[in-house]
Design a protein around this ligand. Structure first.
Ligand SMILES: *[C@@H]1O[C@H](CO)[C@@H](O)[C@H](O)[C@H]1NC(C)=O
Length: 213
C-alpha cells in the first residue's frame, strides 16, 4: 500500500511537471495583479476560442488634440496575449493629424499602412530615418527609439500596428514635458523654449502650474 502511494505521488509530480513544460498558453486573469512576468493564468478549463480572438480593432474617434486615434489590442484588451510577447493596434489619423514623438521602452513596433499616406520616422543621436509610406508598406521602429507618425496625405490614413510585447506602453514626449506638474521655468531651462511657449503647450496638454511669463 505504501509503495502504491509512493508511485501515485511520483505520478502526480510527473503530471505536474509535464503540465508546466507544455504550458501551451496562459490566458490572463485580469482580475489578478499585473507582474513583470505578466498576469496569472485563467484556469485552463475555462478557456475558449473566444479568448484567442479580439474583434475590437475598429476605427477610433480622431476628434482630439492629435487628430488621431489608437485602438489597442494589448493584453488588457485581449487577455489571450498574456505571456506571448506580441500585441496589435489600429491607428487612424485624420488629415493633418499626427502621433507625436514617443517611445515604447519595451517593444519594437511594426506599422503596416492600409490606407492613405503617412510620413513616419525615428531618430538616433546622429541620424533621422524617415520615409513617406504608401498602402502596403511596412515600417519597423526598433525598440526604445523615439519615433513619430504624421498624416502627410490629403485624406484620412489607417495603419495596423504590431508590437513585440503584450503590453508595449508608450511615453509621449509632449505629455511628459507639458502634461505634468513640472514647473514651467524648469521646462524652459531644460528645453531652451521660452516660458510663454511652455505655458502655451502646458495649456494644450493639461500641465499644471502655468507660470507668469
Ligand atoms: C468623438 O469625440 C468628440 C470629442 O470628444 C465627440 O464630441 C464626438 O461626439 C465623438 N464622436 C463619436 C462618433 O463618438
Amino acid at each position: 500500500m505504501k509503495k502504491i502511494t509512493q508511485i501515485l505521488f511520483l505520478f502526480s509530480l510527473l503530471s505536474f511537471t509535464t503540465y508546466a513544460a507544455v504550458n501551451d498558453f496562459c490566458v490572463a486573469d485580469l482580475k489578478g495583479p499585473d507582474t513583470p512576468s505578466g498576469y496569472q493564468c485563467k484556469p485552463p478549463n475555462t478557456v475558449t476560442a473566444d479568448d484567442f480572438v479580439f474583434s475590437g480593432l475598429v476605427a477610433g474617434n480622431t476628434t482630439n488634440t492629435f487628430n488621431a486615434a489608437l485602438t489597442s489590442a494589448f493584453v488588457t484588451d485581449f487577455p489571450g496575449l498574456n505571456g506571448l510577447g506580441v500585441s496589435a493596434a489600429r491607428l487612424d489619423i485624420a488629415k493633418g493629424g499626427s502621433i507625436p514623438m514617443h517611445t515604447h521602452p519595451g517593444a519594437t513596433e511594426l506599422l503596416i499602412l492600409a490606407e492613405g499616406q503617412i510620413t513616419a520616422g525615428f531618430m538616433t543621436p546622429f541620424h533621422l530615418y524617415s520615409k513617406t509610406l504608401k498602402p502596403g508598406d511596412v515600417m519597423v521602429f526598433p525598440q526604445g527609439q523615439l519615433h513619430f507618425q504624421v498624416n502627410s496625405g490629403n485624406d484620412k490614413a489607417t495603419a495596423y500596428l504590431a508590437f513585440s510585447s503584450a503590453n508595449p506602453g508608450a511615453q509621449l514626449l509632449d505629455l511628459l514635458l507639458f502634461g505634468t506638474s513640472l514647473p514651467s521655468d524648469v521646462i524652459a531651462q531644460t528645453t531652451f523654449l521660452d516660458v510663454e511657449q511652455v505655458n502655451k503647450l502646458k495649456a494644450r496638454f493639461g500641465g499644471i502650474g502655468i507660470a507668469d511669463s
